[in-house]
Design a protein around this ligand. Structure first.
Ligand code: HPA
Length: 269
């Protein structure tokens, strides 16, 4: 594993990706953030050794390095989901490589269904904790050079970054919630009973990504900040027919607010 990480990292360094301040994994609805990057170097996943290629519409499959305000960031435009058939190593490689490139913290975004009855479609939820119902990406032999066998997850989402995001959201007058993100394998959206169950066990929103990447990041002690865009509601009486397109459409409407929040978060790192 470490050999692959090193090979990919060296390849990207040789391409000119050096000393990035932060990494960002752009889920549904945050792709537009890269339009704000300058002096960009774009590399297709298919041209990067060991990188899987994302297969889902709305996930571009490009690594983009460039200036974002005064900071240098590496953005993964397109991520890898378990439902695509990838294994834990493929799902986690990108995050590991970002860490080995030198990022100081990792930002993530996703689209999610709201199960908290106070949520509305288009709301932004700052993730404060998660319930991982996907296979744990750390299952298998552990390489102690990368991280501990049994990583603590008591504070997976960086408290300081959450606090800062709340202040920024208030300044920008962006409605945000704090909440618990629960991940399922997908690719089916939930039945009404599943949504109800996830609410009962403590979730505020449910999606199909993010927790594997967060676990891998925390394995390497990388601070994490993550947000969900609520694109549909899994609340009794409010459940509507959901498609990938309806998720993309709702996420697109929130993109501007989400990008504003993330922009401020990164530029004041
Ligand atoms: N469930 C799971 N994943 C999702 C949802 C949902 O309701 N909305 C967007 N991603």
């Amino acid at each position: 594993m470490l050999e692959k990480i090193n090979e990919t990292t060296e390849f990207l360094k040789a391409k000119g990706i050096v000393n990035p301040d932060a990494g960002i994994i752009l889920g549904t609805g945050l792709g537009g953030l890269t339009a704000k990057m300058e002096n960009c170097l774009e590399i297709d996943y298919r041209d990067i050794p060991n990188f899987p290629v994302s297969t889902v519409e709305g996930h571009a499959g490009k690594l983009i390095y460039g200036d974002f305000g005064k900071k240098k960031i590496v953005a993964m435009k397109g991520r890898f989901h378990y439902y695509e058939g990838y294994g834990p190593e493929q799902v986690s490689l990108g995050v590991r490589v970002l860490k080995y490139l030198g990022i100081k913290c990792l930002f993530l975004s996703n689209a999610a269904g709201g199960v908290n009855p106070t949520f509305r479609i288009g709301d932004i939820m700052i993730i404060t904790d998660h319930i991982n119902l996907l296979p744990n990406p750390l299952i298998g032999p552990n390489d102690d050079r990368i991280g501990a066998r049994f990583p603590d997850m008591g504070e997976a989402y960086d408290k300081y970054l959450i606090k800062k995001a709340l202040v920024i959201a208030e300044d920008l007058k962006i409605r945000v919630h704090k909440g618990v993100y629960l991940s399922t394998s997908g690719p089916t959206f939930e039945t009404p009973s599943e949504y109800k169950y996830f609410r009962i066990i403590g979730a505020d929103a449910v999606g199909m990504s993010t927790t594997p990447e967060v676990i891998v990041a925390r394995h390497m002690n990388l601070p994490v900040f993550a947000v969900s865009i609520i694109t549909d509601l899994g609340v009794e009486g409010k459940i509507a027919y959901t498609t990938h397109q309806s998720v993309l459409d709702e996420a697109a409407k929130t993109e501007e607010r989400m990008t504003a929040l993330m922009t401020e978060m990164i530029s004041t790192l």
